[in-house]
Design a binder for this molecule. Sequence first.
Ligand code: RIB
Ligand code: NA
Length: 304
Amino acid sequence: MKKKIVMFGSYVADLTGTAEHLPRAGETVFGELFKIGPGGKGSNQAVAAHRAGADIILATKLGKDVFGDLARDFYTQEDIAADYVLTDDEKGTGIALICVDQVSKQNQILVVPGACTNFTDADIETLRPAIEAADILLVQFEVNMDALERVMDIARTAGVMVVLNPAPARKVSREFICKADIVTPNEVEAAALTGVSVGDAADAEKAAAVFHEWGIPQVVITMGRRGVFASTPDESRMVRARAVEAVDTTGAGDAFNGGFVTALSEGKDLFEAVEFGNALASLAVQKFGTAPSMPMRSEIEKIL
Ligand code: RIB
Ligand code: NA
């Protein structure tokens, strides 16, 4: 039996342009390709999990605007239920201005999360029954932190496993992080939280040790093309990434997290779930865009 997942997090419209290099301060750069697509860390992760075959509820918030309409159309197309897609009366739908470097495939993102930073107490009460009925809660840092804290508390009280992808990097208290059962930061986020700067596997091991010391039993540090450092108190190792030719690395972490929780919901262990997440990420970076580039289960199975 698949475990039930609830994703509470952001939807953001991604306005992506590509250029020969990323603009420096004060510089204007000619771009080539431009696309508006569905994004936002939370939504991307839920879409990745849904396409990978997970039983997942998507809880997010949109504004009353054209970007919100685009999101709803996308969810209909994807056959993702919108029962917990809320609407804000004041703030607009989140947007992200993304520049992709055509040469290095690196990106630069300015995100204005809008409606997703306006989750109210009433919203959380609307979501409560779904969270309490879930087995796994998946969350990120692209929402208002007071709401995130309440959601994590509800999950903990109900015995729901909390998977926290602490992205984008934010400084939060140790107490806050300790509400998670599993954390999945990248190198930058791991450093922001633990104070250990993470460049290689040995550093990742040190950062993971800090999280364990705080009482977080399972730690997964994503390190781009180098792979993922996965750690439990009994076993720690680097899981190599798959070598592929990237087109756009935006949302690679989201593909990973969506795949990772899907595998967990199917009863796989931490290291197997990391392998599965890596497979999703390797496929997603070979296509332009974030949510639209998430692979289907059949594509994932072909490369496993
Ligand atoms: O992780 C990538 C996502 O972060 C993009 O889709 C963009 O919306 C930003 O929020
Ligand atoms: Na992609």
